[in-house]
Design a protein around this ligand. Structure first.
Ligand SMILES: C[S@@+](CC[C@H](N)C(=O)[O-])C[C@H]1O[C@@H](n2cnc3c(N)ncnc32)[C@H](O)[C@@H]1O
Length: 294
């Protein structure tokens, strides 16, 4: 396993680290052994907490299949979290090298401890990762939500999403597949409670976060990728949030001892907001399977 640190000058870096550099022990308590921080694929009748890990593994295997990743030389995971996916790709799907990008130094340290020589972790933003034609397949699983600041006017945001898709297009081989999982926001009237909750998300927990609109993704990817499949999986993400909340409730005292009351309360609030906004169809969570054109 190789870890590469690079200088990343974006203003979002501090906001991302505020959330993702809470201790790894705390995240392990919250997320469980799978250490996945995105939706899972539960099957009918499976227990919420009991099947969390299997639901996560199932999701990763579906993603690997959709990207035709099995046996490939090199794949990219943009916003790789604690490395579970890059680890699984190289140990279960025969991928020779998996490169993970993250801004979190504590996540990179966690991945280094996995001791997997087929993983390269780069503490680097997607916007600075230039690797023309280097990858046979690419993934981005619930990370795009952090990539474009809400402070940008709509036109500039569209340009930034365009730049993101251009970067992935450039990094892939011709016909390479890109599987993107991301929340999207519906344009709909906002009540007082949801407004307060969105303010908390955007101003306190994930400063400057912009959850994209589907049309921004369509404009960003137009002409660069062919859409193979588009599936709304908002329930899969809401379920994961509920499972993490249940884990946290069960071991709350330990969580407070690992961090403190303020951190635990922040997580409880933000997870509940994501769970109910996904359940109420305010946010969606789309899985897009794309093939590089040209
Ligand atoms: C919600 S986590 C998802 C992690 C993982 N994909 C999963 O599903 O468990 C978001 C990830 O995006 C990363 N991230 C945020 N902004 C980034 C950026 N500009 N460049 C690269 N990674 C970024 C964070 O460090 C974190 O690893």
């Amino acid at each position: 396993m190789t870890t590469i640190a690079s200088h990343t000058a974006e203003p979002e870096v501090d906001a991302v680290r505020h959330h993702y550099e809470v201790g790894n022990e705390f995240y392990r308590l919250l997320l469980g052994p799978s250490m996945m921080y995105s939706g899972g694929y539960w099957e009918r009748g499976e227990g919420l907490v009991g099947a969390l890990d299997v639901a996560q593994e199932r999701k990763l295997d579906v993603f690997a299949d959709l990207a035709h990743a099995a046996g490939k030389n090199r794949v990219l995971d943009i916003g790789c979290g604690w490395g579970t996916f890059v680890h699984r790709l190289t140990t279960k799907h025969g991928v020779r090298e998996a490169v993970g990008l993250t801004l979190s130094r504590t996540q990179a340290a966690y991945i280094a401890d996995l001791g997997n020589p087929a993983i390269t972790t780069r503490v680097e933003s997607w916007s600075e990762h230039h690797a023309p034609g280097a990858y046979d397949a690419a993934f981005c699983v619930n990370a795009l939500e952090h990539f474009v600041p809400s402070s940008l006017p709509p036109k500039e945001r569209t340009k930034r999403y365009r730049f993101f898709f251009q970067q992935v297009h450039e990094a892939l081989v011709p016909d390479g597949r890109f599987v993107l999982h991301t929340m999207t926001a519906e344009a709909q009237p906002i009540g007082r409670k949801i407004l307060a909750d969105l303010k908390f998300l955007q101003r306190s927990e994930f400063t400057g976060m912009h959850i994209p609109h589907l049309h921004e993704l369509a404009a960003g990817s137009e002409g660069l990728f062919e859409v193979v499949e588009l599936v709304n999986e908002r329930e899969a993400f809401a379920r994961a949030c509920r499972a993490w909340l249940a884990r946290l409730a069960k071991r709350r005292d330990e969580a407070v001892a690992l961090e403190n009351e303020e951190v635990v309360a922040r997580f409880e609030r933000y997870l509940d907001i994501f769970a109910y906004t996904l359940e109420d169809r305010f946010f969606n969570n789309f899985r897009l399977t794309l093939t590089r054109k040209g």
